[in-house]
Design a protein around this ligand. Structure first.
Ligand code: ZN
Length: 165
């Protein structure tokens, strides 16, 4: 897949299996690319999260995934944050509607957190194994949980699988 680092303004290629697996070189590449923007620390990114990323990439062949934030290791990042856990990626794909990506992820996967950031123009996705699903919209500086789009999407399709399974 073709990636673009919004912060460093660099393009990179990453090869991942649909289940989020990869060889050593690509796992190392993922860890480096998704390092903390502020501290430059890195850590392994969860396989379920990489699986969702691979799935999204395969749905939009030839499109570049622009990521804004992944691993976050700053002091102000909460201990339970999926970003701190290496389980979250915030991203967009130019020319693809965020709503389409959001609804696809929310109706396809269980055990995930999906956040929609319409003003900032990105989607947050994380895998939270064994935890309840959660959806939110980020509006005027705060998260609005249980947004109507989430109920609406799942009234038609219920997710059956966890990422990477
Ligand atoms: Zn996020």
């Amino acid at each position: 897949m073709l990636l673009y680092d919004e912060n460093a303004r660099e393009e990179a290629t990453l090869y991942l299996g649909r289940d989020g697996s990869a060889d050593e070189a690509n796992l190392a590449q993922a860890q480096r690319l998704f390092r903390c923007r502020r501290t430059h620390k890195d850590r392994a990114i969860a396989r379920g999260t990489l699986a969702m990323l691979a799935d999204i990439a395969s749905r939009y062949p030839g499109k570049r995934i622009e990521y804004v934030s992944a691993y976050r290791a700053t002091r102000d990042e909460s201990r339970t944050s999926p970003h701190r856990g290496g389980r979250a990626i915030d991203f967009r794909i130019r020319g693809v509607s965020l709503i389409e990506i959001r609804d696809y992820l929310w109706t396809t996967y269980r055990e995930v957190g999906i956040g929609w950031y319409p003003a900032e123009q990105y989607i947050h996705m994380d895998h939270r194994p064994g935890d309840k699903d959660i959806a939110w919209t980020f509006l005027r500086g705060s998260n609005v949980y249980h947004p109507s789009w989430a109920d609406r999407a799942r009234s038609k399709v219920r997710p059956t699988r966890a990422p990477g399974v």
